[in-house]
Design a protein around this ligand. Structure first.
Ligand code: ADP
Ligand code: MG
Length: 370
């Protein structure tokens, strides 16, 4: 295991790297990161040693760090290979190659027997006759690469809409059949190089316009559903010999069965509630896994709701932060990012004794946020 005093490097300097770096510091580790934006959130708490994926930057990070981990999956494979030749990168490159590309991700899930929405891979100019019918008659066309927070997605309900959306996006895409889910869930698994596994609790997620608005622990799902989610997470972590933390986004259907939506080889917005729910946070767990420290399950000890703070419309005032910090059980987290409408700027975790109590608290937070 890497001892306190070692240095952890991050690819990316957004809020996830910021929160990883904060936890690393409190665990006795130094940190450094690569990021094009000098004012990125991680710059407040860690040292930016390079700009991006140029060799000189990668060299600087590798020279400084004992292990490298990530906050986002869109890392060019050549950059990962360059780093991996110099210093351990956890998780390893193969996981990124797959998880950054929706078609490869879907194929990989299918190969492991994990259920997904029906899907078809499409390229610009492809004949779309019959394709929408094959996935159930309505669906979502998603760019194969570089999508996040619902960006690069078009809902389609006819062949004409599909053809128009494909022409508009004009890059390789995956068409997914629309899943009529009763709820969205997520679960996380951490695995260290020694092969120990640990699971998060099952979290319930509410999205609007493709962007996460709220996460709730515990999820209102059955024990069988939770066990199935764990089993999927275990299958992925073991098949890929994960060294790090992985998040699975899931759809739960009426009959309680699950479909895997997507995977992220890192801490995730839906795991932020672990910061204040008692127990180890997802940030600590990704670090422990990368550092090869011992692992243990990390379900929160208290019911908890996370409410995202999105950038407010230009014609509205900044939310009344002082009202939020006054609410019982509410913990305000702000990332120090410049304001832009719709941008993720922070979140509020509400903790309490019961699920009903934290849901009520979350509604109060949402009322203040407007
Ligand atoms: P992102 O990378 O932006 O998170 P996702 O594929 O997770 O992209 O899509 C964002 C959200 O859009 C999902 O959390 C879900 O609410 C909705 N969504 C995505 N795919 C489907 C689908 N096949 N059926 C129904 N809803 C979907
Ligand atoms: Mg998603």
């Amino acid at each position: 295991m890497l001892r306190p005093g070692s240095t952890v490097g991050f690819l990316g300097g957004g809020q996830l790297a910021q929160m990883l770096a904060l936890r690393a510091a409190s665990m006795g580790y130094k940190t450094a990161f690569l990021e094009p934006d000098p004012h990125a959130p991680a710059a407040q708490v860690s040292e930016r040693v390079g700009f991006g994926f140029a060799e000189a930057d990668l060299e600087a990070l590798a020279a400084r760090c004992d292990v490298i981990t990530v906050e986002f999956e869109n890392v060019p494979p050549e950059a990962l290979a360059f780093l991996e030749a110099r210093v351990p990168v956890r998780p390893a490159g193969e996981l990124f190659r797959v998880s950054r590309h929706r078609a490869l991700e879907k194929h990989a899930l299918a190969a492991l027997g994990l259920p997904t929405a029906p899907y078809r891979v499409l390229a610009p100019g492809d004949d779309v006759a019959g394709v929408l019918g094959a996935v159930g008659g309505r669906g979502i066309l998603k760019t194969a690469e570089l999508g996040y927070d619902g960006k690069g997605q078009r809902r389609v309900a006819s062949e004409a809409e599909l053809a128009a959306a494909l022409a508009e996006l004009n890059v390789p895409c995956v068409l997914e059949g629309y899943v009529d889910f009763v709820r969205e869930l997520s679960i996380q698994v951490a695995r260290n190089p020694s092969g120990e596994l640990a699971f998060s609790g099952l979290v319930e997620n509410l999205h609007a316009g493709g962007i996460l608005r709220r996460s709730v622990y515990p999820a209102a799902a059955s024990e069988e559903t939770e066990l199935a989610a764990r089993q999927y997470a275990r299958t992925l972590a073991e098949a890929w010999r994960l060294e790090g933390l992985l998040t699975l986004e899931l759809f739960e259907l009426e009959d309680g069965s699950l479909r895997v939506n997507e995977i992220a080889p890192r801490v995730h917005n839906s795991g932020h509630l672990t910061q204040d729910g008692g127990g180890a946070s997802q940030f600590e767990m990704q670090l422990r896994a990368a550092l090869d420290l011992p692992l243990a399950d990390f379900a929160p000890q208290l019911p908890c709701v996370m409410v995202n703070i999105l950038g407010w419309p230009e014609d509205q005032p900044e939310p009344a932060w002082e009202e939020i910090v006054r609410l019982p059980g509410a913990r305000l987290h702000l990332y120090g990012k410049a304001h832009r409408p719709g941008r993720k700027l922070g979140h509020v975790n509400v903790v309490g004794k019961t699920r009903a109590e934290v849901l009520e608290g979350a509604a109060r937070v949402e009322a203040v946020l407007g």
